[in-house]
Design a binder for this molecule. Structure first.
Ligand code: SAM
Length: 255
């Protein structure tokens, strides 16, 4: 289950989350010049985006809602000096506490949901008319080199579900009723020391074992060794290996 996997990665996530930090920075930079009374953050995890929010909006109340119980415990302890953050366990697909928020944010989290359309409709309901939703998503091209290799090495173990595309995400947001004010779509290559370090990093982000990089069953030892060797051969340059991350940031409003 998604919450359990992220709970397991709570202690190690930050050391390996460079692409996620860049996306969180992009989410904050998209927020217009407002000073909201309250913020809802969906999928805060270890609080990379939350920390940026506390810098940009000191003392503003933040309701931080994550599906993984251990992530919430970890972040509540880590941010104990920030009493304005209210850490809550909840599912972005259904979370509703009766409040309507002037600002909702989320980064590197909502691509995990099973029903994107339903999730965006729920976020729309939580947003106050005239409010803003700043959203950062990982998209289908993320870790494409790894997917291609896995397909070759163990075709029967490739993921059944993939991350959403840019068009699917944009269409689902508009169908939910949002007005698209700004967007940024990018593909970036992130460098790792070697293939082993790369696989360790994505494992410690809580990414393996789920729809981004794992399949219906884990790779066995021989398949894993082949994956490491082939990744090193195919995707190394200047003594490092690279992996693609496709991301998008959207600024949305509600009339
Ligand atoms: C990759 S982490 C990102 C954390 C943080 N926002 C960041 O930018 O680094 C994804 C987080 O989304 C949470 N998550 C996944 N699905 C969720 C859902 N349906 N509702 C709430 N949180 C969810 C996971 O538990 C995890 O903590």
């Amino acid at each position: 289950m998604i919450g359990d996997r992220f709970s397991a990665a709570a202690e190690t996530y930050d050391r390996h989350a460079r692409p996620q930090l860049a996306l969180a920075q992009s989410v904050v930079s998209m927020i217009p010049e407002i000073y909201p009374e309250q913020i809802l953050e969906l999928g805060p995890g270890t609080g990379q985006l939350t920390r940026l929010l506390t810098e940009r909006f000191p003392e503003v109340l933040i309701d931080a809602v994550d599906i993984a119980e251990k992530m919430i415990e970890h972040s509540r302890a880590k941010f104990s000096r920030f009493p304005q953050i209210n850490w809550m366990i909840g599912d972005a697909q259904t979370f509703w506490n009766g409040d309507r928020y002037p600002l909702i944010v989320s980064s590197s989290a909502l691509h995990w949901v099973s029903d994107l359309q339903k999730t965006f409709e729920n976020v729309f309901q939580c947003l106050e008319p005239g409010g803003c939703f700043s959203l950062g998503m990982m998209l289908q091209g993320t870790l494409k080199e790894l997917h291609a290799l896995r397909k070759e090495i163990a075709p029967e173990k490739t993921p059944e579900i993939t991350l959403p595309t840019y068009e699917e995400t944009k269409d689902a947001l508009q169908s939910a009723g949002f007005i698209l004010e700004r967007r940024k779509h990018s593909e970036e290559e992130i460098i790792y020391d070697d293939a082993k370090a790369f696989l360790k990093a994505i494992h410690e982000q809580g990414v393996t074992g789920g729809k981004v990089s794992s399949g219906n069953a884990p790779l066995n030892r021989a398949e894993l060794s082949q994956l490491v060797a082939d990744y090193q051969d195919l995707h190394a340059s200047d003594d490092a290996v690279f992996a693609t991350y496709e991301t998008a940031t959207f600024l949305l409003t509600k009339i």
